[in-house]
Every structure is written in structure tokens, then in C-alpha cells.
Design a protein around this ligand. Sequence first.
Ligand code: DGL
Length: 267
Amino acid sequence: MSGNPPTILVFDSGVGGLTVLAPIRAARPDAHYVYIGDTACFPYGELPEPTLIEQVTTIITEMAERFQPDLIVIACHTASTLVLPELRARLSIPIIGTVPAIKPAAEQSKSKLISVLATQGTVKRDYTATLIRDFAGECEVTLVSASLLAGLAEAVLRGEAVEDAAILHEISPAFVANEDKKTDCIVLACTHYPLLLAAFQRVAPWSVTWIDPAPAIARRVVQLLGEAKTDTATPPRGLALLTDEASWTNALESAFADYGLVRFNGK
Ligand code: DGL
């Protein structure tokens, strides 16, 4: 790799990938970022698997040609748990996927009751079942398909009001009490959910550790690309492209600006 700052493409089904971009950008503030949110096909959680594989490989191949990234981060669990083999077969650029943080949750849990909060797609993937079998054998794992939660996170970032009751309804099945034990770790297995973390903590029936994979993704980026080499007093602004232009609102543009991204208006 040359000494020039790298270009990193971060991909998600919508705005959730911002939660993955944030720690990557903190670790490599010198890099150029291109954020792609496939809002035209959001939510991915409900898509049939063959459709999702076709959709993600098509869009990533096209965006890789257009922006020539040095590294691609598939920030979406719903996509990563399915399409990484196909993408890696098609592209020679390094690709980092984001998958449910079941291993750290199992390691950190004292009660050995852990829950995985995810989309319907991620909950039913073989990939998720394999992670549980390989890394959480000593735990009782509750898989919670939160079908509305990613949409609620999108709404919050667009500047819409969301009731706490709607959030509690989605997360409450993740809180399990068995005799004298209670769930103590909940895996945030969808990039959108950390956007709602303050609300989760406010409405939670009891306090738990919320496990977010994003810091581990950022460490993996640094492993592959190395530390920042240039002075980053003024980090470059990244570009954000949403596949459905109508998704943009003023509130969303301002939320993206907080992550150092400006709306991409080119073709
Ligand atoms: N952000 C996606 C994930 O990490 C899911 C949201 C969706 O259903 O598109 O799984």
C-alpha cells in the first residue's frame, strides 16, 4: 500500500453503518471515506437470501469500480452473515464484514444468559447458529428478531419522534429472567441499534452490558491498513451516497455531517 491516505468504503442497508464508521474514523482520521447506504432496498432484514446476495454484490461491485477503495467494510450484519464469500470471490480488495459479537458476549457474561438482538435475517442465518455453537456453548442464548427496530433508528436520524414504548416493545424479549439468573449481556447485532443505545438504557427493565462490534471492526481496519501516517488536524470530509435520494432530509444531512460526511451529489 502507498503512503497516501487510504480510501475506505463503508456499506450498510441504511444509516446504521454510521455506528461502525465512527470508531474507524477515530482510528484513521486521515482516511478518505465513502459511505453507501442502500436505502432504496432497506430493510435488508426481510429480504429473501438470493435477492440480498444479488443486491449487495451488484452494488458493491459498482461502487468499488466508481470509488476505487483500498478497503471495504460491510457494516451490515444482515448482509455480512450471508454475502462475504460471494463478494470476496468477485473482488480482490480486502473486505471486512460485521457479524454478531456473540464470542465477546459469552466471554463477558457472568449469568451465562445472553441475548442477540438482530434482524429477522440475521437471527435465522446458519452463520449466527455456528457462532453460538462455537463460542457460546456454556450460555443460554436468546435470539430476538426485532423487526421494527432498524426502521425506528432510521426515523430518529431523519428527525422523527419515536415513542419509548415502541422501543421497549422491540427489546423486551431480550430480557430473560430464569430462577435467580437474568440476562446480563445483549449483543447489538445490527448496526442501527447503537444509534438507539441511550433509549435502550432508559427503557431497559434492568441494567445489562450492550455489546457493539464496531470497536473490533476499527481495530481490524488498523491491522490491515496500519496507523494514520499523516497529520490529521483537519480530517478530510467523507462522501455519503444513499441509493434512494428521497431518503435525505435536512436532519439526516446534519446527522451525517456530525460523522464528517457530506452528501454526494455526483453521478
Ligand atoms: N443495519 C442492518 C444490520 O446491521 C440491518 C437493517 C436492515 O434490516 O436493513 O443488520
